[in-house]
Design a binder for this molecule. Sequence first.
Ligand SMILES: Nc1ncnc2c1ncn2[C@@H]1O[C@H](COP(=O)(O)OP(=O)(O)OP(=O)(O)O)[C@@H](O)[C@H]1O
Length: 289
Amino acid sequence: MISIEHVSKTYRRGAWALLDISAVFGTGMTGLLGPNGAGKSTLMRILAGLASPTSGRVTIRGIPLSRPEEIRQSIGYLPQNFQVYPQMTGRDYLDYIASMKGLKSRKERTAEVSRLLEVVNLNNHSDQKMRTYSGGMRQRIGIAQALLGSPDVLIVDEPTSGLDPRERVRFRNMLTRYSLNRTVLLSTHIVADIQSNCHEVAVLHEGSLIMAGSLAELQACGRGFLWEARMSHEEYEAADPSLILSSRQEGEHMICRMIHARRPFAGSVMVEPELEEGYISLLRRERHV
Ligand SMILES: Nc1ncnc2c1ncn2[C@@H]1O[C@H](COP(=O)(O)OP(=O)(O)OP(=O)(O)O)[C@@H](O)[C@H]1O
């Protein structure tokens, strides 16, 4: 379990990247959503013990981050811009990280590295130098190193960027299985990543936690603001594009979904929001649009 109490962070000469965040993330997978610059990576780096909060306290399984030697092995972290060692093979790299994480026995390390290469579907490329890896393969080695030692808490920052759809599905399912009896925190811009696998969601906006709860609660944030209208091409061209969330052509007309506090067109009808529309409505409300 991760417990965050009144955490704030400011960078030197910077504004507040995090402002008085309090949250508890228990067993299961929680999605951390937020627009660019919201503070997701800052929060994840703090949870991974790579940055210190300016104020506030974080505990992992009850142990404060200020005692890193006691919890280092309980935390796996995949950073947003994971960098590989180009001259090392995937297998050698994982073996090296395994020994850094304290796996002393060579036999255990070999077994653990082989298991993880299988999990991330890289066993056929494990003896290639990582400079020959594609972006998706590098990302998968990053995932494997985060999973080394089966940590109780897994923190993954935009893990599916760069994965093709088949690998993305495989990865999501792997994370879901992993989160059955562990805590997984996954940050993403992609609402679909959260929709398919997370049971809870937290939304950051300009350094503040503006929502934490179930997916149904996030979806409900759009209730009363979503409209669907059937428009002529002329009406469509005249409409304010900032109100339109999606549109598709149907014969001579356009079917548009719009976000607005009041009925935007005479012919528009109120509809139930999708999860992404709930998220966009929540962000719009924060910006008082
Ligand atoms: N090393 C740093 N020095 C100064 N300011 C920083 C640093 N890292 C992040 N920031 C600032 O802190 C704020 C939060 O950034 P952060 O990277 O945590 O957001 P994010 O939600 O992860 O964004 P993105 O989705 O674009 O990756 C931003 O205003 C950013 O400019």
